[in-house]
Write a protein of this length. Sequence first.
Length: 288
Amino acid sequence: MLTLKEAAAWLRLSERSLYELARGRRLPAAQLGGKWLFPREGLARWLAAQADAELAARPDPPPILAGSHDPLLDWAVRQSGCGLALRSGGSLEGLAAIAAGEALAAATHLLDPDSGAFNEPAAREVLAGRGVVGITWAWREQGLILPPGNPRKLAGVADLAGGVVVAGRQPRAGSHVLLLHLLTEAGLRLEQVAFLPAPALSEDEVAAAVAEGRADAGFGIRAEAAARGLDFVPLIRERFDLVMARRHYFGAAMQALLGFARSTAFAGRAARMGGYDVAANGSVAFNL
């Protein structure tokens, strides 16, 4: 139990404001012996309810799935008939679109180097206090996409320095963030890598640059390398999530998409594309 002063400090309200709320029976409180007392757990539940009510009062965002590009997700959105429009601009852009009310959900694969966690730290930072949930879409293999036969015999990111032309991604893409982390671990700076002048805006553009001979290597997913008959060197396994407000998870669009992802057609497509592990698809990755 908290006193009036303690509860006001905990809620960051003035004592007068808290007193008026308690007197009006607008939050959990009890008056004993002329003093107001407040149950901490009851206040926490009341505060969460206020936040959810405030979110519910906001206008619904447009039915847009923003964020990172993923070919399996693209296919599932079309096949499921969920009605979502895709706006691929990178994982960080997707989270920003949710924050701005411009998208219903965001596709993300952002590694936090300090904790080793995917997506939750970034969502917590960008969408603090918004009541969001992360739903696992798939685990994907990320690595080097290379010409057939790997003529330069590249084995890791350390080999990208020294005249290798690399197809890179835009700065707000999860793949760029991940590559920067791997380069740092290898003791390389971003400026030591010779990237193509224009960054690729999607996974398939990375593979296309390698297939067409415009780049000696690219950093992307196995599925795109396999689709073009290119070599692939796996470097890391990443979790790809769909992030959204909790209430939008229960909406018709997301339920249609996630329902389709439980079908045998979806599992078969993921297996044929390669580089995907969809066993955890639809599970809750984090709940903020």
